[in-house]
Write a protein that binds this ligand. Structure first.
Ligand code: GUN
Length: 292
């Protein structure tokens, strides 16, 4: 039986509606609109697209968003000064510094300068550290990993003892999603470029999260029948039949894997919209935290 599609776009729409309702309620109570500040350094075209869609989503739910742009030549001090200014601005509840930063800037220092109460991306070392430790609670969980978990738990609410395999160990997705799966009591394997018998390891997964950035790397025979497969990849592949000359594909060979998996996220329309929904949720939470 072919896989059922895990429709991230539809799930994100429902979450956005709930957020819009709560924002409207807050405004009716005389509270200010939640505020999100984005910081984009340089002109990475993919980052520009992502930041634009984050602003559009904020607008849809009544969150006030403010975009700050710095040139790729900005100094470490200029970026740090901007973050400090946003930390001090009471109209800003959440600060998102779009990654990657241009080379030469110290990402760890910039992320560490964000006030943890405004760290809606969940990348501050304290938030990540708490995520990695038993009995500690981060104030915010990174958005793409949080979105993956909502998708997974919508069809597999009990992950106790499930075998979860994460392909990729990035700071933004692979590592934090693995930490979240451990917190949900799954048995977690993180695969990377040095992993041996990759196909066999993947085939042992009840839950497979692909976040490596390699177009259609996960083939049909890498997947256990009935598995939940979450495709985080967004890769451009040349396609002369498309007006833009390319199409977007995930890290999973969709047509092959849909014949084997139990559940599968599409690209686009899977994890992407959920990432943004989680950012809106985190921003609303930051606004609640700032209520006196
Ligand atoms: N770059 C790719 N994904 C993300 C994300 O979730 N947050 C930020 N800040 N940068 C990213």
């Amino acid at each position: 039986m072919p896989a059922q599609i895990l429709d991230g776009a539809a799930m994100a729409e429902k979450i956005r509606q709930q957020i819009a309702q709560e924002v409207a309620q807050r405004l009716a109570e005389g509270k200010p609109a939640p505020g999100l500040a984005t910081v984009l350094v340089g002109e990475n075209p993919a980052s520009q697209v992502y930041v634009k869609s984050k602003h559009k989503a904020c607008q849809q739910v009544g969150i006030r968003s403010m975009g700050y742009e710095l040139p790729a030549t900005a100094s470490q001090q200029e970026v740090m000064d901007l973050v400090k200014h946003l930390n001090d601005d009471p109209a800003v509840n959440g600060i998102l510094v779009q990654l990657p930063l241009p080379s030469g800037l110290d990402e760890e220092k910039v992320l560490g300068a964000i006030s943890i109460e405004k760290d809606v991306d969940g990348f501050h070392p304290i938030n990540i550290g708490r995520l990695a430790q038993k009995g500690r609670e981060p104030l915010f969980v990174p958005c793409t990993p949080a979105g993956c978990m909502v998708l997974i738990e919508s069809v597999l609410p009990d992950l106790n003892g499930a075998n979860a395999v994460v392909l990729g160990r990035s700071n933004i997705v692979g590592m934090p999603v693995a930490l979240l799966l451990v917190r949900a009591n799954a048995t977690v394997t993180i695969c990377h470029s040095r992993t041996r018998n990759l196909k066999e390891v993947c085939r042992s997964a009840d839950v497979l999260v692909a976040a490596v950035g390699r177009a259609e790397m996960v083939r049909g025979d890498w997947v256990k029948p009935g598995a939940v497969v979450i495709d985080v990849g967004i890769n451009r592949v040349e396609d002369a039949t498309q007006p833009r000359g390319y199409r977007l594909v995930g890290d999973v060979a969709f047509d092959e894997v849909k014949e084997v998996a139990g559940w599968l996220t599409p690209v686009p329309g899977g994890v992407g919209p959920m990432t943004i929904a989680m950012l809106l949720q985190n921003t609303l939470r930051a606004a609640r935290l700032s209520d006196v």
